[in-house]
Design a protein around this ligand. Sequence first.
Ligand code: SF4
Ligand code: MG
Length: 328
Amino acid sequence: MNKLLEVSDLAVAFGDVSAVRGVSFAVEAGESLAIVGESGSGKSLSSLAVLGLLPPQARVTAGSIRFDGRDLLSRTDDELRRLRGEELAIIFQDPLSALNPSLTVGYQIGEVFRRRRGLGRAEARQKAIEAMTEVGIPDAAARAGNYPHEFSGGMRQRVMIAMAMALQPRLLIADEPTTALDVTVQAQILRLLRQRQEAGLALIIISHDLGVVARTAQSVVVMYAGRAVESGTVADLFSAPAHPYTRGLMAASPSARDAERTVRPIDGYPPDITSPPSGCAFHPRCPFAQERCRTEEPALRTVSPGRTSACHFAEEVVTHDESLATRA
Ligand code: SF4
Ligand code: MG
């Protein structure tokens, strides 16, 4: 059966520079998929391509994006605009920049109903209050009259979720939705997204934080330098990563590990995508790297059912003892 969203071999370029190369992922109604990586890995671009929201200099150069069996890449801008909100929606890290500071939040959420559903002002306001209540904003009727700056960061993110969910889209992409929030509020927002997903929403969560992924997603795609380097279920990845970069992310994530272990950041920096390293793009930072890794780019291959890795030595990495992975 086809999944609700199916992205296959997607490639995105800025002029001559490949920013995303051959990335595939899929998500079904009621499922949650995480796309993980450092900044510049291409994780945001991959999802912006789905929504037809790539920056003007960027374009899709290969691959396909199918939503509910329909080809999204052949849609006109108008058709995509109509789909956004109605069927696909996105929320970002910084709700303040996405909200108009001079309009009340009730008005801004109500605008969705006025514009898209042709509701009158009073009716739209009522719908806005309902939408705010649904995402757990207390005393929504009174809060609808407040301006964005009168809300805390967590409440503002709830406002964005209310707005994104107003027209009951089938797919929500959440791009670093909790990065700006403290840990307690982060957990509340993730719980809210999870409830939505359990109620039938297809959710894509984009994050650099494996702790967030562990709490929200069922499956994961790990991206590095514009490529998918590992994919699988959350349970498989967390119990035994099959790519050294995933191992590194786990070691670097305080919330993905048990408390008594020390957090160890990955050595080095993400590569410059205008001149990526030869062979395996991760080799300059990889504690497992061998001579072959400098010259031969590893293909993404199936290493066990439901599991892919783009590492020449994936099988050894999976079974590798943690204590040996420090030899870099
Ligand atoms: Fe490391 Fe080589 Fe695997 Fe790349 S292919 S992740 S450099 S071991
Ligand atoms: Mg990003």
